[in-house]
Design a binder for this molecule. Structure first.
Ligand code: AMP
Length: 434
């Protein structure tokens, strides 16, 4: 127990309360995401918050593995609070969608947990939305995920965002060329993801006899991407990896994706051939979305062809996970969403009228208009004060004398006028006065 009761006022480090204004903005973002689920044919699903430790221990990356909330439940099972959702969704596809024809498009919105170092835009519980497309190896699937990510930004009103695009397969083929086994590649990919090229080089040199050559190529690809773009970059990149098996195919995939995106967002795409993502399951196209003023990515995704195969049903797959909290952070101050204020408040001026007030509020809501009931038995002045403080437009006053004649008083707080009307006309009268 905390010694001081005031300690109970603190949330656990890295966890946040979300207040009405932010919640309204968040719901606006979630609304746009759900519109996109519908527009692009992604059926929404939900997976459990608590998952077997092994599912995430083996399938997520070096970075996430060490940041998982892990515990043993009362049945002695080692479990985690999911640190992301792609392995869960992949398992779900194998368990429940095996008999469906391909491709399978699924969407989700859920909370994930990572023991990250808290800072602006980095929390320990945050919300990810996801678009996952299973069953197509073709680059139009990758381009669709980029298109959705672009559509999301546009629909939310962002203009000066940018995509960093690369290919994890290119990096992996380079590391395999150096004789570094798939299982050992994670730590290197993690370093490259963080832009720690010196540390990556040191790891590569420990793991490979051709270390200097491989690390040199990684650096050249990264440097080249700073000075060249488009066809020029792809051609000069191909030259750097011309002796690396598999690299040519990955570069041609990347070129195909860029071609397909030409009509939608090519001015926003910055290709980085020296880019890798920390999540080890990525096999091909990878990308992140950045917004000025937010130093961390607001969305990330890519192709992960091997994941469902681990559950016995190999399917090519590609997807993305927009981070709802960071998108909201980027919108704050530039965009707002209104917290819904009820249109009217019903006040009984004496205890005998409470039953009637209760019914009147019900009738108003049944007609589709929002209504609060005064549950504090305030006097009229204090009730009007409350309504005005909250921005409530109409106050319905029910008093003993009028109630006997089935009348109520409807006060328009905006115009500062009031009238008596028959109780049964109340819902209509409010709608007409709006
Ligand atoms: P990832 O699963 O690492 O690819 O992350 C996908 C998205 O989740 C990122 O682009 C961020 O928007 C968001 N995200 C990742 N980590 C955090 C965090 N600690 N706090 C808030 N959002 C995060």
């Amino acid at each position: 127990m905390p010694k001081d009761p005031k300690d109970l006022l603190n949330t656990v480090r890295g966890m946040r309360d979300i207040l009405p204004d932010e919640m309204a903005l968040r719901n606006k973002v979630l609304g746009v995401i759900r519109d996109l689920f519908g527009l692009y044919g992604y059926r929404e699903i939900l997976t459990p918050t608590i998952e077997p430790y092994e599912l995430y221990e083996a399938k997520s990356g070096e970075e996430i593995r060490h940041r998982m909330y892990t515990f043993t439940d009362m049945g002695g099972r080692k479990v985690v609070l999911r640190p992301e959702a792609t392995p869960s969704i992949s398992r779900l596809v194998v368990r429940k969608f095996r008999s469906e024809s391909l491709p399978i498009r699924l969407g989700y919105i859920l909370s994930v947990f990572r023991y990250d170092e808290p800072q602006r835009g980095r929390y320990r519980e945050f919300m990810q939305a996801g678009f996952e497309l299973f069953g197509s190896k073709n680059m139009e699937a990758d381009a669709e995920i980029l298109q959705i990510s672009n559509d999301l930004m546009r629909r939310l009103g962002f203009r000066d965002y940018s995509f960093k695009v690369g290919n994890q397969g290119l990096m992996k083929s380079l590391l395999s060329f150096g004789g570094i086994r798939e299982a050992a590649q994670g730590i290197v990919l993690h370093r490259i993801d963080k832009g720690q090229y010196d540390e990556a080089e040191a790891e590569i040199c420990t793991l490979s006899s051709k270390g200097a050559l491989i690390a040199g190529k990684v650096r050249k690809l990264a440097l080249l991407s700073k000075e060249a773009q488009g066809e020029d970059l792809l051609e000069r990149g191909a030259e750097i990896v011309k002796d690396v098996p598999g690299a040519k195919a990955e570069l041609s995939n990347l070129s195909e994706v860029l071609d397909l995106c030409r009509g939608i967002a090519v001015d926003k795409l910055k290709v980085d051939l020296g880019f890798a993502r920390g999540l080890e399951y990525y096999t091909g196209t990878i990308f992140e979305v950045y917004v000025p003023g937010v130093p961390v990515a607001v969305n990330g995704g890519g192709r992960y062809d091997g994941l469902t195969g681990l559950f016995g049903y190999p399917l090519p797959a590609v997807g993305c996970a927009p981070g709802v909290d960071r998108i909201v952070l980027a919108m704050q101050g530039k965009s707002s969403a209104e917290v819904r204020v009820p249109l009217c408040m019903v006040v009984a001026t004496s205890p005998e009228c409470i039953g009637l007030a209760f019914k009147a509020a019900d009738a108003i809501r049944s007609s589709g208009t929002s209504a609060l009931l005064d549950v504090n038995r305030r006097n009229l002045n204090s009730a009007l004060g409350y309504a005005s403080e909250r921005g409530i437009r109409f106050v319905v006053i029910i008093g003993t004398r009028e109630a006997k004649e089935n009348l109520v008083t409807l006060r328009d707080m905006a115009r500062n006028v009031q009238k008596q009307i028959p109780m049964k006309e109340l819902p209509n009268s409010i709608s007409q006065s709006k």
